[in-house]
Design a protein around this ligand. Structure first.
Ligand SMILES: [Zn+2]
Length: 110
């Protein structure tokens, strides 16, 4: 679904540096809305459908926070090497230095 192409245009009253919201309909009708009015109506719409107003940076900040938390979990998992020493199953191969295997053999035979 294509979104309606609103764009910023210098307002006819020249009051807003960022311009007014402007759209041209297929039949040639043009609609110009003051940014304050647009925001007010948009927020009323959000409230009506139960969506919290947010911004790109707020969502990205939250996403970054969640990603960092996930990385901490991933790092904690990676640091736990004992789990692999204890693992009994396919896909894990443990190779100990010879000195350790000899010591283990000696301890077993004693
Ligand atoms: Zn204006």
């Amino acid at each position: 679904m294509a979104s309606m192409r609103w764009y910023a245009r210098r307002g006819s009253d020249c009051c807003c540096p960022k311009g007014h919201h402007f759209v041209r309909l297929e039949d040639g009708t043009q609609i110009e809305v003051h940014p304050d009015t647009y925001e007010k109506q948009f927020h009323a719409y959000l409230e009506q459908i139960g969506v919290k107003p947010t911004t790109w940076s707020e969502i990205m900040h939250q996403a970054e926070k969640e990603w960092k938390e996930y990385c901490r979990v991933r790092d904690a998992f990676a640091e736990n090497c004992q789990q692999w020493l204890d693992y009994r199953g396919f896909g894990v191969r443990i190779q100990r230095p010879q000195v350790l295997t000899q010591r283990a053999r000696r301890e077993k035979s004693q």
